[in-house]
Ligand binder design. Structure first.
Ligand code: ADP
Length: 303
């Protein structure tokens, strides 16, 4: 077992050209802060690195900036300062991006297209098109990318992967919450991403369904050799899923601790009730409690 407190001080600030991308590094966040347009300081001095094949979980209290950080990694929003680099070690220099027109990275933002970065995002809600079948919902990213003519075998493969083959013609309203979320995951996987970003995808589900989907997502991660960044405020979910857990402080969010969950795959149901599991949970719980003392107490009325 290992635990390390991270130093929240920014280590580098990039200027000009994109850096060479070290082999095996999937995501690099350096000196990132985020202040929203209304003045709310969401994140401060974030440094993190995700290696290929990692399953990294961002854990912290609601409102500490986990989704903000994930959305920045996904290129949906830009940082106020600092840099976010996403890419494959085998592809050399990776794209960098920041807020459009803001020189936080020393150059204009480039929002990478999904087929270049091979990343997919799973949101808190399944966000399915209610008027379209499961098959059409899952096919959507391929239609958008103009590769619909190659889509049938890929859609069939991911539907099989998430256990929805028999539900291809069904509409979202006819599905349970867990099945809707599986459809959303299939839609994320159909583009064959290398990096899967998940923003508390199972938070609205009952505990039994959530545990089952946790097991499935962990299996998918292993079988598809994915790199995952996952957001949750559940200690139990973080321990079950992750190779590394990054603990964040209350707003403005900072990464104040890191715990490597040194447990083999697969993680069975027996692991969930093991002493080791309880031990990891206790450790994370203590780190979270300590982190709440480290928040600056910034409680802007604009929230
Ligand atoms: P978490 O995912 O940890 O719950 P978020 O990243 O969603 O936290 O939000 C961090 C803080 O930023 C919260 O106080 C939230 O209200 C605020 N926030 C999120 N998005 C915006 C926005 N677009 N504009 C202003 N404030 C925002």
């Amino acid at each position: 077992m290992s635990e390390s407190r991270t130093n929240a001080t920014p280590t580098t600030s990039r200027t000009g050209t994109a850096p060479e991308y070290p082999a095996g590094r999937a995501v690099e966040v350096r000196g990132v802060s985020k202040t929203y347009a209304n003045g709310l300081r969401a994140l401060e001095a974030i440094d993190l690195e995700v290696r290929e094949r990692d399953f990294v979980t961002l854990l912290g209290p609601s409102g500490c900036g986990k989704s903000t950080l994930l959305r920045m990694i996904g290129g949906l929003i830009g940082p106020t300062s600092g840099s976010v680099v996403v890419g494959s070690g085998s592809r050399g220099a990776a794209p960098a991006f920041g807020p459009p027109g803001v020189a936080s990275t020393g150059r204009r933002a480039e929002i990478p297209r999904p087929h270049e970065t091979r990343l997919s995002f799973v949101f808190q809600a399944p966000t399915l098109m209610p008027w379209a079948s499961v098959e059409r919902n899952v096919r959507l990213p391929l239609d958008v990318a103009g590769t619909a003519n190659e889509s049938a075998p890929r859609v069939a493969a991911v539907l099989k992967l998430v256990g929805l083959t028999d539900f291809a013609d069904v509409y979202p309203r006819e599905l349970s919450g867990g099945m809707q979320m599986r459809t959303s995951i299939a839609r994320a996987l159909v583009t064959e991403p290398r990096l899967l970003l998940m923003d508390e995808p199972f938070g609205a589900l009952d505990e039994i369904t959530r545990n089952r989907l946790d097991r499935e997502i962990r299996d998918l991660w292993a079988r598809r050799s994915l790199t995952s960044v996952f957001v949750t405020h559940s200690i139990y979910e973080a321990v079950y899923l992750s190779t590394r857990v990054l603990v964040m402080s209350a707003r403005p969010g900072r990464i104040v601790g890191e715990l490597a969950i040194d447990e083999p795959h697969p993680r069975t149901d027996a692991f969930r009730v093991s002493e080791r599991y309880a031990h990891w949970c206790k450790q994370l719980s203590e780190m979270l409690a300590a982190s709440s003392d480290e928040g600056s107490g910034d409680r802007s009325p604009r929230e």
